[in-house]
Design a protein around this ligand. Sequence first.
Ligand code: S3P
Length: 433
Amino acid sequence: MGRTLEITPARRFGGTPGLPGDKSISHRALLLGALARGRSEVRGLATGWDVVATREALVRLGVRIDRPDEDTVIIVGVGGAAHLREPEEPLPCLNSGTTARLLAGVVAGLPGLTVLSGDASLRRRPMARVIEPLRETGARVWGRGGDQFLPLCIQGRNPLRPVSYRLPVASAQVKSALLLAALAAEGVSTIEEPVVTRDHTETMLRAAGVGCARSGSLLTVTGPAVPEPIDLRVPADPSAAAAFAVGAAIHAGSEVIMRGICLNPTRTAWLDLLREMGAGVEVLAEGGRGGEPVGTVRVTGRGLRGVTVGAGQVPGLIDELPVLAVAMAMAEGPSRVEGAGELRRKESDRIRSLAEELGKFGLAMEETAEGFALPGGGRPVAPPWSDPHGDHRIAMALAMLGTAATGTTLLREAQCLDISFPGFEPVLRQMTG
Ligand code: S3P
């Protein structure tokens, strides 16, 4: 049943929102915990559907995962992909690209047959980018539509051959799939990325005692390698934090304070962009967890100005661009985003979804093949209803826009928020008083 979120305009916006554990780190903690030998303990794991998909898939692969209390997950690792169990049924990756792509890298090293599928959105997303390099490992991989889409069928083997691969697109998911496959390979795997993308897999591998060296954009892993068990409190999700930061930024005089946020430099470009737009942004680093820097972020709302985002900045902002587009639409002066074609290949075509939905609020957005432009100075007026296109990032962006609109916004099908942020609605209400 669809859920409708009613968003009333906020005079002030702010507070200290409770945020979920980082989604990217949560997937990796489960996967590395499963491949480790012995008992890993992870606290503050994200509870959204995407991470549930990874957890359930691992259980079907024979990994024991317990939840002794609300906050703690215990993973009893099997000691390498060779010891996973061939699943009896296709593994449902739900809406999660991270589950499908990272898991493909893991099961390449499982000597058995694994089928990965997903929901209608995930079945439309590009998979050739992971099929092609995984074939170099010696695993046999097929995909629907001439090896382009889910379902994927993977006949793994162990050991794998090490790859030497240069990624044609900047993708942390593809990079991570290859790093995980490298654990089951005999020899040195070399992976090169065109632009540095989020590096949580590399960081966690090192924390788990696996040699993973970086030299510029080149990564090397020597296999076979079994990670040591991990003991981690997952930092709060910076992409979820970005939504509330934008909420504060578009309401002059407002303030949000967010603690325990992952401050990994591959994930914080949104803070720099909001600062460049004129928002008040303060960051207090407070040490690290499992190699990931963590700290407190304070964002205050002041008059915003338009900004240009170039192709080189896009990988660092990829998940935050939808909500940042809301700030751009309301800033004084034009904004432009270039080289962001990857946005069209996410849970929805995020450029199309944004153009359609901002249009409903009376905000003109010009689409280009690889980006968008906004004239700025927008004064949003709530439409009769708004639709997140099944996409959690679009839902959060529209919710923030609704807080600054004239009139009440009805966001249909708001259950997609549970993909990354169950409990978003009560936190939003807290912020809008
Ligand atoms: C992710 C990588 C990014 C990002 C996604 C999470 C990850 O995807 O958009 O939300 O955890 O590795 P791509 O690898 O497709 O850029």
